[in-house]
Write a protein that binds this ligand. Structure first.
Ligand code: SF4
Ligand code: SF4
Length: 360
């Protein structure tokens, strides 16, 4: 295992971090999957990763990640709290709610988290988080009180992470990226404002999709080729722990595949949209183009029901806007010169041709 600095925090973290979603038991609000590890099994998997050098464990408040936070607390007590860097998070944007959430997390963990993130900040809640009395102020206050060591901002949106990078209250950022969705990582490494902040990357396997098409060591090597602190990987078995923690012992490691090479692999199964989620395009009507394109890719890559369910909510309206749009300025902003409105129409037709059967 190799280790990297967590920005200017003074902490050193393993370059592979343990994502705790798969060690929970039951369903979680954020995922359609069912997980089934009991406490003993979860601790065994976490210990396996630890013995292979992992020291960074990332979780979220109950019930967002089910009972994973409690399990991580038990593991920390068992293995020795000082051996771990615990990263925790909650999706509360108001200061009072966040303050309360951190206290609840401390009770669940039986200890304090090292890093605590405001989780899944989107454009709708951005202002509330950053404003006076918002969640970020609450984390700053908790840091001053010694209840957490470092504050964090977690988002799938580049502009929000950039705002966090500019904000002196923020110590660590958590964003998403992988072999396919590497546009945000490219922007992150060319932006000096991120220097000094820790940066954790999630969605490295794209919700478990990419290991079907690419070796795990290729996925990890790609993300770790960027100047990030750690790649967070969801781990639910000892085999997965060994595969991830030992990624750099694989012999005959190849080059990092170019984006075009990645597309050519996926082209065997469907016609991918050549979008790397750089998020440089803006729709004048507010369609989240990169998210729509992601759902299209995921539809063909094994998450059909989930993707259709998300697309079904808004694609008709987005397509209607594209029909009425005069400037189509999004296309000028796209470095990959994607014919965005055409793709949106295509996705709209796909959704209409595949009505979803709602599951309870
Ligand atoms: S063409 Fe469509 S996606 Fe592009 S700006 Fe216009 S409405 Fe938005
Ligand atoms: S459509 Fe183009 S600009 Fe928009 S996220 Fe994808 S690659 Fe970037």
């Amino acid at each position: 295992m190799r280790y990297r600095k967590l920005g200017d925090s003074g902490l050193t973290v393993s370059e592979i971090g343990f994502g705790t979603i798969p060690v929970l038991q039951g369903n979680v609000p954020v995922l359609p999957d069912y997980f089934n590890l009991n406490v003993e099994e979860a601790l065994e998997v976490m210990e396996c990763a630890f013995r292979l050098g992992c020291n960074l464990y990332d979780t979220a408040i109950v019930p967002e990640y089910g009972d994973a936070e409690r399990k991580l607390g038990k593991f920390a007590a068992y293995i020795g709290r000082e051996q771990l860097v615990i990263s925790d998070k909650a999706r509360f944007f108001d200061g009072n709610e966040m303050y309360q959430a951190v206290q609840t997390s401390c009770e669940n963990l039986g200890t304090c988290a090292d890093i605590y993130f405001v989780h899944q900040i989107d454009e709708e809640h951005e202002q509330e988080v950053f404003q006076k009395g918002g969640a970020l102020d609450a984390l700053t206050e908790l840091k001053r009180e010694g209840r957490i060591r470092f504050t964090g901002i977690a988002s799938h949106y580049y502009d929000i992470l950039l705002r966090g990078a500019k904000d002196s209250r923020v110590d660590v950022l958590q964003g998403s990226g992988n072999l396919l969705e590497r546009g945000m990582l490219e922007r992150f490494c060319s932006e000096p404002l991120f220097k000094g902040k820790g940066f954790l990357v999630n969605k490295v396997y794209a919700a478990g999709i990419l290991p079907v098409f690419f070796p795990v060591d290729t996925l990890l090597r790609t993300v770790l080729s960027y100047p990030v602190s750690s790649a967070l990987v969801g781990i639910g078995t000892k085999e997965q722990a060994e595969q991830a923690m030992r990624w750099n012992t694989v012999r005959n490691q190849g080059e990092i595949p170019s984006f075009e090479e990645v597309l050519s692999v996926l082209e065997k199964d469907y016609s991918p949209i050549p979008c790397d989620r750089c998020q440089k395009c803006r729709c004048v009507y507010g369609t989240e183009i990169h998210t729509v394109f992601r759902q299209y890719q995921y539809y063909f890559l094994g998450k059909e029901y989930w993707a259709l369910r998300k697309l079904d909510m808004s694609i008709e309206k987005s397509a209607q806007h594209c029909r009425e749009c005069e400037k189509m300025s999004c296309m000028d902003q796209c470095p990959k010169k994607i014919r965005i409105p055409d793709e949106i129409m295509k996705i709209c037709r796909l959704v209409k041709d595949h009505p979803i059967v709602w599951r309870g």
